[in-house]
Structures are given as structure tokens and as C-alpha cells.
Ligand binder design. Sequence first.
Ligand code: GLN
Length: 500
Amino acid sequence: MHPLRAPGRALGKTASLIRQHQETIEDQCAVGIDRIIADVEANRNLNAYITETPDVARSQAAASDRRIREGRARGLDGVPIAIKDNYCTKGIRTTAGSKILSNFVPTYESFVSGKARDAGAACLGKTNMDEFGFGSSTENSFFGPTINPRGLELGRNNVAPGGSSGGAAAAVAARLCLGALATDTGGSIRQPAAFCGVVGMKPTYGLCSRWGIIAYGSSLDQAGAIARTVDDAAILIDAVLGEDPNDATSVRTPFANIEAFLAKPSAQYTIGIPRTIRDLNSNSDLENCWLIGESVIKDAGYRIRYVDLPSLNYALPAYYVIALSEASSNLARYDGVRYGYRSPRASNISELYENTRAEGFNWETKKRIIMGTFALSAGYYEAYYERACRVRRLISDEFRSAFRQVDCLIWPTTPTPAFAFGSHQTDPISMYLEDIFTVPVNLAGLPAISVPIALAANYLPMGLQVIGPQFGDPHVFRIAKEVQNRAGQIGFTETSGLRK
Ligand code: GLN
């Protein structure tokens, strides 16, 4: 059966798929893994995976079976996951979606993927992404774009899955894994999750170690999870967060197990809506997200309060200056000397650098390196990078004062549903504008979850973000779960092409 036709596709489910799965696996992880590997192979047309690792998954599932038989089961035993291809995985090719790393096999494992593996998760493979995370559609992958399975279900094979974690979101939506580890620098977990009708969670900056994750913008990068339900995302995040001495920005987890917290009854919350975003020129799909979002919040018995976050207007330009500056510095290491692609056309060391980088990076990456280098260069640093950092500080301060009045904020994840491939080709800035609702969260290092909230007029899904104060992650999960359950009961599933 095509995984999109599999039963139980309701998005509003309360029960955790991962727990259900664990209850039914008993000592049959190996059988389950064979089934899902067959699905992965049958759905190669989606191009969700860059590298499939069926043998790794089988041996991890066999180890899970042994532990379960011996009564030593771990938290993620028998859970088949996918890992975005910017997590270094020991002995498994890790490309970051780029030609320049197309032959790179790390000798070490990232902290977060290592924790998932140690908890028993079986890794089905590495998922497709925009090169180094640079993009919002997965069109910038050296390995070709991923196809949005929600579009395919509607008979369209030209719908972008979002990005940069488009492969991870598509794999979760098409049931080619139970959950995925991904990263979010400016929206790369939440936006593709919204476009593919699944849940995407970006934790507070510092909760998950960045060690072993290929860097984009180090002050913004954060590991997180994509899953079909909020509970599933919580189970994955619980398993992978934690302090790591190898990442100086990682912190000791200041709260207890999130899954257990979600099982307790919900509290009374005040939910904020920023006027700056609510009053933006809207379209009918976006307005629909707002209306459903506001109504589920009220149904949940939460209070709504409007807040002011005026500097959000400057978040997008500040983000692109900071992200590109940091990227230009992080990408200096790809020179063809120690690892990765090396140009065969070079007679001296300068030519080796030049040709390797000219041939190894795509146009978007080159453009970002050039812009980032410019923003950091002598005489311009103060006008661009430093100024953007000041804006960032202003935005963080405004968030902090908003969170003195409200517990969490909500707003839509994206201004539109998923767009068609090529629709931003002639106007690259319009692609950057797609990130307008996700980047403020990264600038302030906040936790946020995107939950499917509505279907657009063209039947593609849209998401609502729940955004919390730093380390308010458990509350973000709880409110997102409430939104998910209620959105699953109204409008969304009625018109849903996602639930048959
Ligand atoms: N689309 C954004 C960018 O291109 C965010 C990508 C990401 O979070 N990695 O920078």
C-alpha cells in the first residue's frame, strides 16, 4: 500500500504514534523495519532521502529486539527515524545537500544523532535539504528537489516541500519514517513541516547540542524534530536534548521530561498575538489560519491578548545579514584539502582553492558567501553585521517584555501554502520573504512548534506556530498539543484531503 493511503492519517490524533508503535512492536522491530524500508524504496520518486541506510536500520532494529527480549528496552527502541543530511553520522555519508561534501564520510557522530541512536532509534537514512540549509524549498540541493507528498496526493508533482529540511518533512508526511531529526536556522524545521502538513519543533537555542551538525549560522542554528504529532515530537526531543561539553552554547536542561508533562492536565494560559503581524496585509488563506487559530485558542479556554512587537518589521533583513555573515565564515573550511570534493583542475594551491569552491558550491551558496563576506568586511562591519546585531537585541528585548504579559505567542508559520517549484526563480528576494514569520524566533533563540492548522483554497496544508519564552519549551508543547487536537476536530479535517 502506498504510505499516503495508509489508515490512521488523522492529524488531530491525541495518542502518540511512537508509543503506539512501541506497544505493538514487542520483539518485532526487525519485521517493522523491513516494511518501512520497502516503503522508502517504493517512494524514491519523492527524493526525500539522499542516502538510504537499510543495513544500519536493520542492525539497529535487531539490537532493539534483543534489548526488548531481555527486558532492557530503551526510549526509542524500534522507532524508525530519518536524519537530515547535515548531521554528521559516523561511517554514513553526510553531504549537507552539497556537491562539495558529496563524498564526505564522517569519522564521528553528532551529539544529537548519537543520543537518538543510543536511545534505540533505527536510522533509515539521511534526508534531502537545500545546500548547507540555504533555502526554503529544497530546490537548492545538489541532489535535486524533494517532491511534496501532499501535492502529489492532489495529483501535482511540482509542489515544493519547503526547506531547508524538505526531505525530512516529506519523509514524515509520506510515512517513510516515524519522525526525523532536522535543524532550524531561520525556519528550516517549521516551514517544511507546515508545507507538508506535519509537526515541526525548534527548541530553545542551547537545549540541543550543535556539536557534529554542519554549521550554517552558529548563533542561530538549532537541532529539533519533525513528527506527525506533537507527542511524537516531544518523545524525540526528550531523547536528544542535554548539555554537551563539546558545545559551549549548550545548557543543562532546566525542566523535566516533556512527555510526562504533556500527560498532565493543561493549565490556564494567556496567548499573545502581535499586532505587527496580525495587521499585515493578508490573503484569504492566511486570514483563515488566523481565524482557526484564534478560535481553537478560545475553545481551549485560553485568553487572547494583543501585544506590541514593533521591531519584528526588521527581523527579516537583520536575519539575512547575520545568517549570511556567519555562513560566510563557517564555509571558509571547504577548500578541498582535508575532506570533501577536490577539483581535479589545479596546478597550484590557489587554483585548488578557487576551482574546488567554484565547482563545489552552487550559485545560492556563492551568493551568500559573497554577501556575508561583504557584510563583515572592514568599513562595512559596523553598518551591517553590528547593526543587525543591535536590531536582534531590540527584538529579543521586545519578546522578553511581551512574555511578561503572555505565556506564549501564536502566528501562522508561513504567509502562503507551499508554492510550485521555480516560482521564486526570477525574484530571489521573494524566496527570502517566505521566511518572514519564522526568522524572528531564531533571532531571539526561542522555542517554537508549527502545527497543521488549516487547508488553503488549493487544499495544501498551512501551519500555526506556538512560540514561547526561552526554556518555555514544555509549555509550547502543551499549547501546541491543544491546538493540534482542536484543529483536528474542526474545519481542517472536514475539508482535508489528508484524511480519507
Ligand atoms: N530559509 C532560511 C534561509 O535560507 C532558513 C533556512 C534554515 O533554517 N536553515 O536562510
